[in-house]
Design a protein around this ligand. Structure first.
Ligand code: ZN
Length: 345
């Protein structure tokens, strides 16, 4: 089968690989229909994720058809259409029993990281019964792919941890796929103001179409002053950090209102200053989380019934044969205007 393989920092190739087989009784083999590329895949390619070794097939998102199952798989059947979440869960460990699948002692984020991933014609998914989600056959597969990672990540790490309430003011720093997914799902709670801050005008335009009440290009405009104008000098009740660099986390600390929450979503590679000399008395909550995908069944219903429409997050379509071109497009988002890229397998 064809598969996109990480070959060490800066190197990848579309290779011919053996089709995966069941190795454990709880496995399923899934024939891929759609997959996509994540910002995390670019981090791996830069060499930022040393736990991902050369030779790994990348990808932790997608939709497919179950091709075979191990002897002890009971609820997932051959021929089922399934969503593959970015997090694998054994369903039995201490963390899984708390709903914290991200820290499953036998799973967590392993697909396309520590085991072969979804940017291939087939993928082996461990703990199929507790990891895969069945989907109807006649759905918009492109939209469903957004549920593997970005929608639950934006929702769990940003919206739920950010404790968004009706009438609240919300700011999202970073209008990449995750920030936009948080924007889309924040609307379940009817916040009054949703301010999106980024340096890319195209992404800010998409944010407006997805429901942002104000957008701020913080390359041209002083974001702090503008947020204070919008909020009558209070700051925002919830600010989500969806970039993962020190400057944006510091911006969050500047615009959070007293009693507010800073919900971190970004993947941080270096330490960040925390201005406790000012925030200590402001009743601030700071949250961090790796997506658990525990809200995926709920989000799946909202996408299937078109309560939310994630298609605006999809900017490009490629075939698996063109995946190197897809990577080039995705990694040059400023020029290509890429947000999420669908790979048809
Ligand atoms: Zn577990």
């Amino acid at each position: 089968m064809k598969a996109l393989v990480y070959q060490g920092p800066g190197k990848k190739a579309l290779e011919e690989r053996p089709t995966p087989v069941i190795t454990t009784a709880t496995d399923a083999i899934v024939k891929m229909i759609r997959t996509t590329i994540c910002g995390t895949d670019l981090h791996i390619l830069k060499g930022d994720v040393p736990t991902c070794l050369p030779g790994q097939i990348l990808g932790h998102e997608g939709v497919g058809i179950v091709d075979s199952v191990g002897q002890s798989v009971t609820t997932i059947k051959v021929g089922d259409y399934v969503l593959i979440p970015c997090i694998t869960a054994d369903g039995k460990c201490e963390y899984c029993k708390k709903g914290m699948y991200s820290h499953c002692v036998n799973g967590g984020w392993i697909l396309g990281h520590q085991i072969d991933g979804t940017q291939a014609e087939y993928v082996r998914v461990p703990y199929a019964d507790t990891s895969l989600y069945k989907i109807p056959r006649d759905v918009d597969y492109d939209a469903i792919v957004m549920l593997s990672d970005i929608l639950p990540t934006g929702f769990e790490c940003g919206v739920l941890n950010g404790k968004i309430q009706p009438g609240n003011t919300v700011a999202i720093v970073g209008a990449g796929p995750i920030g936009l997914a948080a924007l889309l799902t924040a609307q379940f709670y009817s916040p009054a103001e949703m301010i999106v801050i980024d340096t890319n005008d195209h992404r800010l335009e998409i944010a407006k179409r997805l429901g942002a009440t104000s957008v701020i290009n913080n390359e041209n405009t002083k974001a702090i002053e503008r947020v204070m104008e919008i909020t009558n000098g209070r700051g925002v009740d919830t600010v989500m950090e969806a970039v993962g660099v020190p400057a944006t986390f510091i911006l969050c600390q500047e615009i959070v209102a007293a009693g507010g929450t800073i919900a971190n979503i970004g993947v941080h590679g270096v330490k960040v200053d925390l201005h406790l000399e000012r925030l200590w008395s402001h009743n601030i909550t700071i949250t961090t989380r790796l997506v658990d995908t525990i809200t995926t069944p709920m989000l799946l219903k909202t996408v299937i019934t078109q309560k939310i429409n994630p298609n605006l997050l999809i900017s490009h379509h490629f075939k698996l044969d063109q995946i190197l071109e897809a990577y080039a497009t995705f990694s040059n988002a400023a020029a290509s205007k890429a947000i999420k890229i669908i790979i048809e397998v």
